[in-house]
Design a protein around this ligand. Structure first.
Ligand SMILES: Cc1cc2nc3c(=O)[nH]c(=O)nc-3n(C[C@H](O)[C@H](O)[C@H](O)COP(=O)(O)O)c2cc1C
Length: 406
């Protein structure tokens, strides 16, 4: 029988010590987030529905994104125990420069719509942490403003080629002059994907004040206040006159893009060239044959072709085909540092993350992006230690196997 007694006040005192009060409301909110999923939940509550859905959603039935995420869930790690893992080095050379972590922040359009601090917040975190960030052609901050705000960041520029080549030539020249070292040409958008959530929400860029958005605005006054009291939401690299996201893509981009355009770009850009949106071994070979320094295996976060190949599954065969001539990067579906560890173990030079940092941005601006990156970084370190690996470069395909049934 357990003998019961009354606790003494001296025993209660340490238990009743209140947690220190965090004055900053954003920090208070973020302190409770322990995963990217938690940041997503905060983001969902903090932003108008159409904006959250634009970020969170993908194309058609959203199968592409679901499958990409499931592939990561089917990963089983093969750990080795009794290794000294008291120190861990997470750095990785990516396209000729060492990054502090084996991932980069992916290019995402309309970033100031998600949070008014936008691209500058993302670039500032990339600079502080020491990882690359790719500014999008559909960005809401200019090439030069981002370079001035984060001079020490490693900057990449994501390029869409459109019907008239002159603006693309100009953008690439501006990126070179502003110190961007890599151009990432996106090739999976000959036309816009069918983002059904955007159609159902009536999303336009910039958001228009319909009765519905007005009513939603009442639930997110801080978001509307920030939108209306900061620089107007415009595309900094495009001259265009608004509309739905799909209309914009279809108006501006070129469905007739071919390998000749990749060759043209290779001849016009001296820095590193990565082709983004490669989804087969054959295409990886074709672009490396014409001089690409890297291929990014990606289906655009599931926002283009529905039922597209799973990028993670393409890593081993593409590394086999072109790994001795070019670097293989991968994105789509990364929500955990362990996903990045698995991708690198399978042979990827690095992963890119899109939504993971955008959820952070929507949840708390720059502080939220920093939180997202720190969550991923801690997960990478912990996964490596539990796997028995000291250095990212020691990760091997033998550290990963797939469980076909989850
Ligand atoms: C809201 C949003 C906007 C995006 N805008 C662009 C873009 O302008 N250019 C581009 O090449 N990719 C764009 N992407 C795709 C990302 O670069 C990246 O491929 C994708 O987000 C990776 O998947 P993940 O979000 O699951 O990490 C966008 C993705 C999102 C979620």
């Amino acid at each position: 029988m357990v003998q019961r007694r009354l606790p003494r006040p001296a025993e209660l005192r340490p238990l009743l010590r209140p947690a220190p009060f965090v004055r900053d409301a954003t920090e208070r909110r973020l302190a409770r987030a322990a995963s990217i999923g938690d940041l997503r939940e905060i983001a969902r509550r903090r932003t108008p529905r159409a904006v959250f859905d634009y970020t969170d959603g993908s194309a058609d039935s959203e199968l592409t994104l679901r499958r990409a995420r499931e592939a990561f869930l089917h990963v089983e790690f093969v750990p080795s125990v009794l290794n000294d893992v008291s120190t861990v080095d997470t750095s990785r050379e990516v396209l000729g420069v060492r990054a502090a972590l084996p991932f980069a922040l992916a290019p995402t359009g309309f970033t100031r719509m998600m949070h008014h601090e936008g691209e500058l917040a993302v670039a500032s975190v990339a600079e502080e942490v020491g990882i690359p960030y790719a500014l999008s052609t559909m960005g809401t901050t200019t090439i030069e403003d981002m370079a001035a705000a984060a001079p020490g960041a490693r900057k990449w520029f994501q390029l869409y080629l459109w019907r008239d080549r002159a603006p693309a030539k100009d953008l690439v020249a501006r990126a070179a002059a502003a110190g961007y070292d890599t151009v990432m040409l996106t090739v999976d958008t000959p036309v816009g994907g069918a983002r059904l959530r955007d159609i159902r929400n009536g999303l336009t860029i910039p958001p228009a004040l319909s009765l519905r958005t007005f009513l939603d605005g009442a639930r997110h006054p801080h978001w509307w206040f920030n939108l209306l009291t900061t620089d107007p939401l415009t595309f900094s690299s495009l001259v265009t006159s608004g509309g739905t996201p799909a209309e914009l893509i279809n108006r501006v981009f070129d469905p007739a893009l071919t390998m000749a355009d990749v060759e043209w770009l290779r001849g016009s850009w001296d820095g590193k060239l990565v082709i983004k949106g490669i989804q087969s071994v054959v295409d990886a070979r074709r672009v490396v044959d014409v001089g690409a320094d890297g291929v990014l295996l990606s289906n655009h976060g599931g926002r283009q072709l529905d039922r597209a190949p799973v990028p993670l599954e393409l890593v081993p065969p593409v590394v086999d085909a072109v790994g001795d001539r070019a670097e293989v990067l991968v994105d789509t579906g990364v929500l955990h540092g362990g996903d990045i560890v698995a991708a690198v173990a399978l042979g990827a030079r690095a992963a890119l993350v899109g939504r993971a940092y955008l959820y952070g941005l929507m949840a708390g601006g720059r502080k939220g992006v920093a939180k997202a990156v720190s969550i991923l970084a801690a997960e990478i370190v912990r996964t490596m230690q539990l796997l028995g690996v000291n250095h990212v470069d020691e990760l091997r395909p033998s550290h990963v196997r797939f469980r076909p049934n989850g």
